[in-house]
Design a protein around this ligand. Sequence first.
Ligand code: ADP
Length: 270
Amino acid sequence: QSTLVLEMRVAPLDEEYILILADDRTDATRTEAMRHDFVVNVSHELKTPVGAISLLAEAIDDAADDEVAVRRFATRLGIESTRLTALVQDIIEFSRVQAKDVVREGGPVDLNRVVAEAVDRLRLTAEARDIRLKAGGRVDAVVHGDADQLMTAVRNLVDNAVRYSPDGTTVGIGLSSRDGLAQITVTDQGVGISPEEQGRVFERFYRVDGARSRQTGGTGLGLSIVKHVVINHGGEVTLWSQPGRGSTFTIRLPEWEEPAVRGAAPVEPP
Ligand code: ADP
């Protein structure tokens, strides 16, 4: 369903004619509505950890003589503030990846480095859960854009793969290139996502299982950040998954062509 929003101004020109000015405000109104929704969502998401933190601070105050209770509340206070920090970081990241012309403003990005760095950053987290991160071989894959954004996207996928997998499993990260498209795949042997949920997981703040997501440190923004980064680079992200068996997320990005090659005039033989 689409609604056309027109802003009309009417002014009498003389006794016979009036002037009507119509301004198409459809896009502006939609952007405004989306911004409003986002602010409502964010406020709602912030309420939970902020509320918990102030309750716990009160509880610590009340339990001043009971050392065991104080320690227990303090631990939970730490967990809640870590959660709040993660949420704030993701909100900042989310607004950073909004509608940025990264292809025009960016530069060539070697996807081997992007994948290697994303994997490196999660190695300790994975090791702690005895999860093996298995990265595939090197290929030539260069895209045009923003290396930090692309790193964030790949890191989010690997982070999810680790968080939604049982201990002792393997997460595979692959990079390939074909017909001018670079492809990054992240495969896990985790809990999987049901067909009904698969279309919704890229929505911001959408979680299949709120309790589990919160427990594993999720903010509900990870996949929507991935989606925005990929769209910014003119690509697409798809998902294959089977509940109980695992998931594969695939990012496809148009590869960068050497400008000199693309625009060069044929060389005439002397
Ligand atoms: P969260 O911070 O909750 O992980 P995301 O936007 O990253 O938020 O993911 C949205 C939801 O999609 C998650 O709550 C989770 O239920 C599901 N999900 C994402 N990645 C995976 C995965 N690799 N395996 C199973 N479920 C996943």
